[in-house]
Design a protein around this ligand. Structure first.
Ligand SMILES: Nc1ncnc2c1ncn2[C@@H]1O[C@H](COP(=O)(O)OP(=O)(O)O)[C@@H](O)[C@H]1O
Ligand SMILES: [Mg+2]
Length: 234
């Protein structure tokens, strides 16, 4: 579904992605883990087209997309829930969800919104409230819901569990697993590395702008080097 080859990206003269190679197959949940500053957010933003790239190729569903503007990538079926949620605080929950469907012209927008409400019932309860007044966990659900409203084939999630209580983290991770059974493919960036690898089919470890390890979730979970550096266990 997604093939990233030798991807490079820079802020000014400072290159932070030094040739990243990664792929995602349809139906997978793929975890991308790595320390703070490794380049995970830069990579997701480059996939979405909001961060310029300086080299390499991005192929999505068999076609190069690296020169397409972000909204065209959304139309082709790739949406992102950004780091820090970035919900529209002065708009209602319902309007945030409507904006997620901005590029769509089909007739299933309302029924897809109902599916988001089924997945996160608290959003249905608060549909007329302003997004800015929601708790962090509810805003995270809204950010994921908004990304789902674009009807993605591939959903990019940047740190969906950041700052949430353990119960909410579990709820979000369960929602991600449920997506796979609804044939949404997921590329999941997480600081919470062990939780991410436990639900992932495969994973990549990004170290200072390069892929350092890759493998199945279980392989990475039991790799001594990955354990020592990222899973808080020797
Ligand atoms: N807007 C920016 N301007 C300059 N440097 C940035 C900017 N955003 C991120 N960086 C730098 O790029 C590197 C990768 O950051 P980022 O992609 O946010 O990492 P991660 O998401 O893995 O924590 C870091 O060294 C960070 O300081
Ligand atoms: Mg980040």
């Amino acid at each position: 579904m997604l093939e990233v080859v030798n991807l490079r990206s820079a802020y000014g003269r400072i290159e932070v992605l030094h040739g990243v190679n990664l792929s995602v197959r349809a139906g997978e949940v793929v975890a991308l883990i790595g320390s703070n500053g490794a380049g995970k957010t830069t990579l997701l933003r480059a996939l979405s087209g909001v961060q310029p790239i300086t080299g390499g190729e991005i192929t999505f569903l068999g076609e190069r997309i690296d020169r397409l503007p972000p909204h065209r990538r959304v139309q082709r079926g790739m949406t992102q829930s950004p780091e820090g949620r970035q919900v529209f605080g002065p708009l209602t929950v319902q309007d945030n969800l409507r904006l997620g469907a901005y590029m769509r012209r089909d007739k299933e927008i309302d029924s897809d919104r109902d599916l988001v409400f089924e997945m996160f019932p608290v959003l249905a309860e608060k549909r007329h409230q302003l997004a800015g007044g929601l708790s962090g966990g509810q805003q995270q659900m809204l950010a994921i819901g908004r990304a789902l409203m674009g009807k993605p084939k591939l959903l990019l999630l940047d740190e969906p569990s950041l700052g949430l209580s353990p119960t909410l983290v579990d709820q979000i991770l369960e929602a991600i697993v449920a997506l796979r059974s609804k044939s949404v493919t997921v590329l999941l960036v997480e600081q919470n590395a062990s939780a991410a690898l436990e639900i992932a089919d495969r994973g990549y470890v990004l170290e200072t702008g390069k892929v350092a390890f890759e493998g199945s979730g279980t392989t990475l979970l039991s790799d001594p080097k990955v354990k020592a550096a990222y899973l808080g266990a020797a």
